[in-house]
Design a protein. Structure first.
Length: 306
């Protein structure tokens, strides 16, 4: 049987963090709002062209691909909550952008192409200059695709260890996502809650649901990047906050994975009694994932699976 993280373990942390963290967050509530800036969203069929950069092992690739396949799959997942329920909230942004829609159309995500670059063709540091060429390599100049680059744990991606732990944007009309593996480069910044955070020494950590800290961290940040890419592909969609560090679909709810979350505590999640992994979503093949909260534009609050 799956179990929820015992609340009794959190009492001390709760009172320690309450005064220091929650009151400032309450006073800053208005700054967390994301608003629609009238630009296009990605809708309909979203085709991903995936480039695996560096030595990314087959188990890591399989976990990431299973997550992608779980986004639109309701029928072959036996348990709740499901990855597809999380994706439904991302799809709901369409009805806010287009008031004439009575129901959110499906956004179908597929990985239509994979490329392996396990020889580090442009070295082990990805910066602005090199990323442009790698994005082009990933897309293969195929129109209407999202170039997705996953970098191995020995690759440094410029700015990927910043607050959001992923990159997304557009070069011309080519939309792209870059996600690195933070387990070596910046685990205390980008591998929480599977690694102790530099800003939350008293916070609880979770075992990763797949058993691999780097893999599950990449899935958390890819999920965030994908939600941001759908809802704000050209920096003219849904966002708020500062222009150089916008708050988007999931970053507006940074650090929240379940109800009752506060800094250093994920909120309510489940724990697999066999592996000890913390998770909040079921996917295909009985896979389990920990997915971030999504900003719900309909009621201006952070929505969680649990």
């Amino acid at each position: 049987m799956e179990s929820s993280l015992p609340k009794s373990l959190l009492v001390l942390s709760f009172f320690l963090f309450l005064f220091v963290h929650l009151l400032p967050l309450c006073s800053a509530k208005k700054s967390l709002l994301t608003t629609y800036h009238k630009g296009p969203l990605l809708t309909g069929d979203v085709n991903l062209s995936v480039l695996w950069y560096g030595q990314i092992n087959p188990i890591q690739k399989s976990a990431i691909k299973t997550f992608i396949q779980s986004l639109n799959n309701d029928h072959n997942v036996s348990f709740e909550p499901r990855v597809s329920s999380w994706w439904n909230i991302v799809e709901s942004y369409q009805t806010v952008a287009n008031k004439s829609l009575k129901k959110s159309p499906k956004i179908t995500v597929k990985a239509v192409k994979e490329i392996d670059d396990d020889k580090y063709s442009i070295g082990k540091v990805l910066n602005d200059d090199s990323l442009a060429g790698l994005v082009q390599k990933a897309s293969g100049r195929t129109p209407n695709t999202v170039a997705v680059i996953f970098a191995a744990n020995d690759v440094t991606v410029k700015d990927s260890c910043s607050e959001w732990c992923f990159l997304h944007g557009a070069i011309g009309k080519q939309v792209y996502i870059v996600v690195g593996n933070p387990e070596n480069e910046c685990p205390s910044t980008c591998a929480w809650p599977f690694h102790r955070s530099e800003n939350g020494a008293l916070g609880l950590t979770l075992d990763p649901p797949s058993g691999d800290e780097g893999t599950d961290s990449m899935i958390v940040h890819f999920a965030s990047a994908l939600a941001a890419t759908i809802t704000n592909p050209y920096e003219t969609g849904f966002f708020g906050g500062l222009s150089d560090k916008p708050l988007e679909a999931t970053t507006a709810c940074k650090g929240v994975f379940g109800t009752g979350a506060f800094p250093g505590y994920t909120g309510k999640v489940r724990v697999d009694p066999r592996s000890g992994g913390g998770f909040n979503a079921h996917g295909l093949n009985n896979a389990r994932f920990l997915l971030p909260a999504v900003w719900n534009p309909k009621n201006s609050s952070c929505w969680t699976l649990m």
